[in-house]
Design a protein around this ligand. Structure first.
Ligand SMILES: Nc1ncnc2c1ncn2[C@@H]1O[C@H](COP(=O)(O)OP(=O)(O)OP(=O)(O)O)[C@@H](O)[C@H]1O
Ligand SMILES: [Mg+2]
Length: 394
């Protein structure tokens, strides 16, 4: 029998990319409770990876262990294939951008960026070349002589980024670097940051609790909860096929209806809801169940079309009947809250393309969506408060 490589190794080989950072069974316990719980994670060269999750789920702790600011209680940390678990931060080819930029207020922009290079004793011309090129990239070319204390929040953020990138680390760790910026500037910086990352080609590990931010910028992301990863993949995969109820709720809005798996023959499983109506779900989107057959069937609000009552669903579609409770015009579209016969209120987002006649509250409607946009997840255990999670994810 041949030894098969560990799953993570074959995955990175399959992607043809080198692994830059790796957490292997990493646990960090503070005063008895695990902040990070047997975490396994691999970051590939050149990717923009985000760790996303509610407050206290262990994002910063994971990042600090990668940076060398915290030692794991157990497990291993590898950078570029080398075990660095107990190595000091300055022995790691990693830089960190924290939430507070910690610029030197009395130094000008050039000196703030040059700081790390001066410590490496590079010659003057090389320092000027590198700093100049980085200031170009972060779009602050004429700010060299400006003091850090005279910059706006967004500009300070760019200087902090330039400073962290100037010595070309293998990996850049960013811990909620935009939380001090207002919403509009944040959105601009999201696009900027992604552009900068693509241009410099350095691997970014970005921590945030803002799901929109993570989806906009990341090549891959992981949704964390209670020190563990619950879902990982490209933003589209994690959004379209969430692995758990928590992921479905934390990453965007989901309609979730409770039902029993009643048939798994063929390419589609049948889920029977509490009011006996049935929905089809692609088999690969139904979790393997042992014992209980109870699942939650999910569909995203923008996948549903809302229309006048009709007899039966078109082929390849699921359908539910209901009555509009609230109909709201939002400019870009209409949002509906629909009471369905299964007892669950379903949210629908319809885009405003200028043609539709919006159903009004009190109208009977049919909700229709393609079977392939339907997923099923195992219900959360008791004690998990979805409302709380939802408000944290906003
Ligand atoms: N030095 C510490 N001593 C004791 N407990 C800690 C310490 N650092 C973190 N914790 C605990 O570990 C858990 C994870 O904290 P962590 O800072 O990693 O969360 P986070 O996901 O970054 O949250 P946030 O989004 O609020 O920044 C929390 O329950 C926190 O209280
Ligand atoms: Mg944190």
């Amino acid at each position: 029998m041949t030894d098969s490589p560990p799953a993570h190794e074959s995955e990175s080989v399959a992607r043809g990319r080198e692994t830059v950072a790796c957490l292997e069974h990493v646990t960090k316990i503070f005063e008895k409770t695990p902040a990070v719980d047997d975490l396994n994670l691999e970051i590939y060269e050149g990717e923009f990876f985000s760790l996303l999750g509610p407050s206290g789920c262990g994002k910063t702790t994971s990042l600090r262990m990668l940076g060398g600011f915290e030692e794991p209680t157990s497990g291993r940390i590898l950078l570029g294939g080398r075990d660095v678990t107990y190595q000091a931060p300055y022995h790691r080819d990693v830089n960190t951008v924290f939430q507070s930029y910690a610029l030197f207020p009395h130094l000008d922009v050039f000196e703030n960026v040059a700081f790390g290079l001066r410590r490496q004793r590079l010659n003057k011309a090389e320092i000027a070349r590198r700093v100049g090129s980085l200031l170009e990239i972060v779009d602050l070319p004429s700010y060299e002589k400006r003091r850090a204390s005279q910059l706006s929040g967004g500009q300070q953020q760019r200087v902090a980024l330039a400073r962290a990138l100037v010595n070309e680390p293998k990996l850049l760790l960013l811990d909620e670097p935009m939380s001090a910026l207002d919403a509009k500037l944040r959105r601009q910086m999201q696009i900027e940051l992604k552009r900068i990352q693509t241009q410099v080609g350095i691997t970014f590990l970005y921590v945030t609790h803002d799901q929109e931010e993570a989806m906009t910028m990341s090549d891959r992301l992981a949704v964390m909860r209670n020190g563990k990863i619950e879902g990982i993949g490209s933003p589209r995969d994690v959004y379209d096929s969430p692995s758990t109820e928590f992921v479905a709720t934390f990453l965007g809005a989901s309609n979730l209806l409770t039902g029993e798996i009643t048939n798994t023959e063929g390419p589609f499983a049948t889920i029977t809801l509490t009011n006996a109506s049935t929905l089809s779900v692609p088999r690969e989107r139904v979790p393997a169940m042992s014992g209980s057959k109870t699942v939650k069937v999910g569909v995203r609000p923008e996948k549903i079309s809302i229309g006048a009552s009709s007899a039966s669903p078109p082929p390849g579609h699921n359908q539910l009947r209901g009555r509009v409770r609230v109909s709201t015009f939002t400019g870009v579209g209409n949002q509906y809250l629909v009471d369905t016969a299964s007892g669950v209120e379903v949210t629908v987002y319809a885009q405003n393309i200028g043609q539709e006649l919006a159903p009004r509250s009190g109208e009977n409607v049919t909700l229709t969506w393609p079977v392939e946009h339907t997923f099923a997840v195992r219900p959360m255990r008791g004690g998990d408060d979805i409302d709380e999670l939802q408000s944290e994810g906003e």
